[in-house]
Design a protein around this ligand. Structure first.
Ligand SMILES: [Zn+2]
Length: 357
């Protein structure tokens, strides 16, 4: 069977530009497109560029409260900011709806077996909850795509692996009481970064207790420790939970040269991470995987990192990118702290998961 892979792109994605001086600039999309073209990804015989439609209000209502949606539409009409770091405008809203539409389209293509795997460029707006936004996010496309898969495609169990450098607080809140969505967030220690939550003790509530897994890593964690922790946590959980589909989200902000985070992944680390997620998806859910890559705040490494993630998804054998800066060595302090966290996390999770007993 020919393996087809989808990647969303729309020239209006660039309107998701939060202004001069803001770390989230719209030119990332054109830069990535150019880089993907140079690398031959968009011309790859198995890759289809998917052109999304904007998400509708009905789509948003699968996750968000109507009053919140109306509030965002009203703010956008007047070009008023939602908060100090999350501006809105008619053009930003239009782009946000296209990005959400892209994540829905990826979920649909994969669930209907039209694509083996898909990538939603610009997706992963994980700081938005049911009735709040923030952290550059207005609508949570991750949860909207998950709900689309569950309500329209007959998907029952979903695993979300959030490898953005920041805790996915919005996604976590939305599924905090839901035992059919296993949310695993690997992020920088919340005592040192936005949004300041995402501790290992936050395990979920009521029926969802045990289904929210936070993996906080100390600043300075590099490829080796990062991937070790992912193998120790994500892999056994995925095998025990047995999802019907895996959603992954995160762009380049865990890269060592990113300006907003202090994790030290290299481009090769992103590639290995992507391949690891693909491998697990092939073992546990027939390869069904949607990756959402949106974040990243150093324009000189963003295209290479997104490319590394995409290269893993479309199954390239090797990665042909060069780091613009030499990767730093991992400090023993970071390694030790991460190992300590891992032991504590396994102890906390052993109450809910056989694989940690
Ligand atoms: Zn982030």
């Amino acid at each position: 069977m020919k393996r087809n892979f989808g990647i969303t792109y729309h020239e209006k994605f660039r309107q998701y530009d939060l202004g001069p001086g803001h770390p989230f600039r719209g030119d990332r999309f054109e830069n990535v497109k150019r880089f993907f073209e140079e690398k031959g990804i968009f011309q790859h015989p198995n890759v289809h560029v998917l052109r999304p439609e904007p998400a509708t209000k009905e789509d948003l209502l699968m996750v968000h409260d109507e009053s919140y949606i109306n509030h965002i539409f009203e703010l956008a009409e007047k070009s008023m900011p939602y908060d100090i770091e999350t501006p809105t405008s008619p053009t930003i809203l239009e782009a946000a709806l296209l990005i959400v539409g892209g994540s829905i389209l990826c979920a649909r293509m994969v669930c209907e077996n039209k694509m083996a795997r898909a990538i939603s460029l610009g997706g992963g707006l994980h700081h938005a909850g049911r009735n709040y936004g923030g952290g550059f996010c207005l609508f949570n496309d991750v949860a909207i795509a998950v709900e689309y898969a569950r309500r329209k495609c007959g998907i029952k169990r979903v695993l979300i692996i959030d490898y953005d450098v920041h805790f996915g607080n919005g996604t976590s809140d939305i599924y905090y009481e839901d035992p059919n969505v296993l949310f695993i967030s690997i992020h920088q220690d919340p005592r040192t970064i936005y949004p300041g939550t995402g501790f290992i003790e936050q395990v979920g509530r009521k029926a969802g207790e045990g289904f929210n897994v936070n993996v906080p890593l100390p600043p300075g964690t590099g490829d080796e420790t990062y991937l070790h922790v992912v193998r120790e946590v994500f892999v056994p959980l995925a095998e025990e939970f047995k999802p019907d589909i895996i959603f992954g989200n995160g762009g380049s902000d865990p890269h060592f040269a990113d300006s907003l985070g202090n994790l030290n992944l290299s481009m090769r680390g992103f590639f290995e991470l992507s391949r690891l997620i693909v491998g697990v998806s092939e073992r546990v859910c027939d390869g069904k995987l949607v990756l959402m890559t949106g974040s990243g705040y150093n324009p000189s490494v963003l295209p290479g990192c997104w490319y590394a993630l995409a290269a893993g998804v479309i199954g390239l054998e090797d990665l042909d990118v060069e780091e613009p800066y030499p990767p730093p060595a991992e400090s023993p302090w970071s390694r030790n702290k991460a190992m300590e966290m891992l032991q504590n996390l396994k102890r906390v999770l052993s109450k809910y998961w056989k694989c940690f007993r």
